[in-house]
Design a binder for this molecule. Sequence first.
Ligand code: HEC
Length: 259
Amino acid sequence: MKNFKRSIFFLIIFISSSFQINAAENVDYLKTDWTFKGLFGKFDRAQLQRGYKVYKEVCASCHSMKYVSFRNLAEKGGPEFSEEAVKAIAASYDVNDGPNADGEMFIRPGKLSDKFVKPYENVKAAQAANGGAYPPDMSVLIKARSGGADYIFSLLQGYEEAPEGITLDDGVYYNKYMYGNKIRMAKPLSDGIVGYDDGTEATEIQMSKDVTAFLMWAAEPHLESRHQMGFKAIVYLIILTILVYFSMKKIWSRVETEV
Ligand code: HEC
């Protein structure tokens, strides 16, 4: 029994230390309590819905999300808007389609199967409108930055007056979490810039948190089912360990112990 307890002890140490390694990467960033972190992490539906609203009303005028389709907004594990609501959202966009039978391109209202509509036709147009800087596509942005959610959450709140001795060109802003501290995106959020439908107060922190959670979902739409699988796998392994341990005891019990 002593050995068994010891193995369980090491298993627990192993699991918890692998979580600590993850946590240690983000030391310098602002901390918040993400609902999707950890083994049992899940998205908060209301938060994803608010996050979508922030993306749509603020970020989407510069940042595309080319891998996300309207129908994803209604899927399980996401914001889970009703299909009716998503149809209405999609239809509020004009989508370029074609060519039709006459060989001409035409504009029609968006459908569930359409990808999110891009704010600019191409990279050059985006750069031209943003003083030469390209607003990166947000579909998987959160995965492309080492600090992940904590980084984006912090960046949105990291705008400050530039310290003495640092000069900023036109259209460049000081942000203490941006690599090199200079960013060519004006501070996008300020209190009350969107009106939340669920009565949540749209403070800068709240919106930063909501939109970041939304971006996390966009980059990892299957996070919830993955967590469930992971949990099942661990339960399975623990049961297996117990069974193996007892069968081993049984097999070796017939061997006489030497004195
Ligand atoms: C007016 C246009 C505009 C709006 C609105 C805007 N952004 Fe940006 N964003 C940019 C540009 C331009 C860059 C590139 C900045 C650079 O490279 O210096 C950028 C870069 C970023 C980055 C990447 C920083 C990095 O690590 O490279 C993040 C994250 C970001 N924006 C988040 C957001 C979020 C979230 C919103 C909505 C709340 C938003 N942005 C709204 C123009 C915009």
